[in-house]
Design a binder for this molecule. Sequence first.
Ligand SMILES: [Zn+2]
Length: 146
Amino acid sequence: MDRLAREHRSWNMSRIRGRDTQPELVVRSVLHRLGFRFRVHEQGLPGRPDIVLPRHRVVVFVHGCFWHRHRGCRFAYTPKSNGAFWSDKFEHNVARDSRNGRKLRRLGWRVVVVWECQTADHTALTQRLAATFKAVDGPPAEVARE
Ligand SMILES: [Zn+2]
C-alpha cells in the first residue's frame, strides 16, 4: 500500500472507532471562531452528520476525498490493484451519501459538505463557511455584533 492509501486507511479507521479526524477538528474550530454554536456526534440523523447546527437547521459533513469520491480531486484516485473491489466500495459510499443527503433535506435540513482537502487552507475555509451561512440565514448574532 502506498503512502496516500495508508493515510486514507487511517482516516477510515479513526472514523470507524468514532474518533474525531483532524479535518473535523479544523472545521469545528473555524465554525467556533465564526461564532456558531453546534453539536457533534449527533445520533439519530441520517448519515450521522459530523456537525449539527440546530438553530440554523444546517448539518455539515466533513468528507474524506478518497472514500467519498471528491470529484476532480487528486486524493480521489483509484488504487491500481483490486479495481472491482474499490469501484464497488466507492459506488456504495457515494450512493449512501446522496441517499442520506436526500433524507436530511426532506427533514428540512440544509446539507453542507466540506471536503478533507478544503480544510488545509484555513482562511479559504473560513471565508467559504461564512459565505455559506450568510446565504442560509444571515450572520449569527455573535458575529453581527462585532
Ligand atoms: Zn478533495
